[in-house]
Design a protein around this ligand. Structure first.
Ligand code: ADP
Ligand code: MG
Length: 398
């Protein structure tokens, strides 16, 4: 796959760059709790600014659904952005029109401005050509540095690439190069681990995945929906019972494709969603009581998964195996992560993981650096893992 990079830019002094970044930062009580996405965008922003471009940053924040929502204004993250960049950043409460062109007039070459939350405008998610045109009117070129938003064909993630000279930013470039290197032609057998909580949004991925991988390891909340579909009583567990039909169809598709599906046969349960609860116990999946919740995969089931992993050469992982934020429900995730890391270090496994919580879990297990590659993206990583073309990436292709 070939795409334009920042190296292909000529002299940009005084030119206006629209740079799509991912500043969708986790916040609690009005404070940014995690800023790695800003740090990921720093090389691109500073490179352009240092070359004398006027940098206009575009990003979405939350899901305001096409309306101005005060607590989803990007003005809330500006101090974090300034601190990490070590530069002054002008906030512009619009994304197109006169206010933006005035801001461009005020900015010195090398100046940086953050435009308002793109999702305040309904045309963003609709990829409205009029909005695309209006945003593009204030700029000379477009840089996409938000791989994590590249699975959406929105105005600022896809549309702009068609109307302005378009380039991949440094973070986008690194992500694409690493994923291609690890998984362009994956060495078989390939295992996928899919867990976590976003069951409905991940079922679609599984449908595609079963035709591409040899082993599908299902854990986390995801497993409960599959167990329930197979007639297991999962008690009070996180479970989307209405998706039983979809889950069954996925299991059938896996059968037809020769993909071995691993569902936990042993689980760790509790009556309350709390750390080290008194009601904690490990049992067979068929022994979960009506008032219990499955919160992790049991230790012998993890051993069986480890044996399966040892036969594999490539691993893609999204979603923790249990409620890893609370002890001892991190045990299965930590154990499996350490096995994958050890196999990677031995050179027998190429391991790639992605997803916000997955990456946090791998850090918690102390093995994030031992994986072959870790992607910061969640949804985009999953779609990439399925082998789907990401519209935001496709639009950058030469
Ligand atoms: P990612 O961000 O890596 O894509 P998700 O957001 O889908 O992952 O899921 C992560 C969340 O899933 C974590 O907060 C974890 O506590 C939760 N989770 C995992 N297993 C269970 C379970 N059995 N029951 C409830 N929550 C679970
Ligand atoms: Mg998550």
């Amino acid at each position: 796959m070939a795409f334009h990079k920042l190296d292909d830019l000529g002299d940009v002094t005084g030119k206006v760059a629209l740079v799509r970044v991912d500043f969708n930062l986790p916040m609690q009580d009005g404070r940014v709790t995690e800023d790695s996405r800003v740090r990921a965008a720093l090389p691109t922003i500073l490179e352009l600014a240092n070359k004398g471009a006027k940098v206009l940053l575009l990003a979405h924040f939350g899901r305001p659904k096409g309306a101005r929502v005060a607590d989803q204004s990007l003005s809330l993250v500006i101090s974090t952005v300034e601190k990490i960049l070590g530069r002054e950043v002008m906030f512009v409460p619009e994304i197109a029109g006169d206010i933006v062109s005035q801001a461009v007039g005020i900015l010195e070459p090398g100046g940086i401005a953050l435009l308002e939350n793109t999702r305040f405008w309904p045309g963003e998610e609709k990829n409205d050509p009029e909005l695309v045109k209006a945003i593009a009117a204030n700029a000379d070129f477009y840089v996409n540095d938000a791989f994590s938003a590249a699975h959406r064909a929105h105005a600022t993630t896809e549309g702009l690439a068609h109307v302005l000279p378009a380039y991949a930013g440094r973070s986008m470039q690194a992500e694409l190069e690493a994923l291609e290197k690890a998984l362009g032609k994956p060495v078989k057998p390939v295992a996928a681990v899919v867990g976590g909580a976003k069951v409905s949004s991940k079922l679609g991925v599984l449908t595609h995945l079963v035709t591409k991988v040899d082993h599908l390891i299902i854990g986390g909340g995801m497993a409960n929906t599959f167990l329930a579909a197979r007639g297991v009583d999962v008690g009070k567990s996180l479970c989307e019972h209405e998706l039983a039909g979809t889950a069954e169809a996925i299991l059938d598709a896996a059968d037809a494709a020769g993909c071995t599906v691993h569902l936990p046969y042993e689980v760790v349960v509790s009556k309350t969603f709390a750390a080290n609860p008194p009601s904690l116990r490990t049992c067979n999946v068929h022994e979960v009581a009506a008032d219990e919740m499955i919160l992790d995969v049991g230790p012998s089931a993890v051993e069986a998964l480890a044996d399966a992993l040892k036969t594999c050469r490539t691993l893609v992982w999204n979603g923790p195996m249990g409620a890893f934020e609370m002890a001892p429900f991190d045990a299965a995730t930590v154990a499996l992560a350490r096995i994958a890391a050890a196999l990677t270090k031995e050179g027998s496994l190429v391991s790639v993981a992605g997803g916000g919580d997955t990456v946090a879990a791998l850090h918690h297990a102390g093995v994030a650096d031992d994986f072959s590659y870790i992607s910061t993206a969640g949804g985009a990583f999953l779609e990439w893992m399925e082998g789907r073309e990401l519209p935001g990436v496709k639009a950058l292709e030469i």
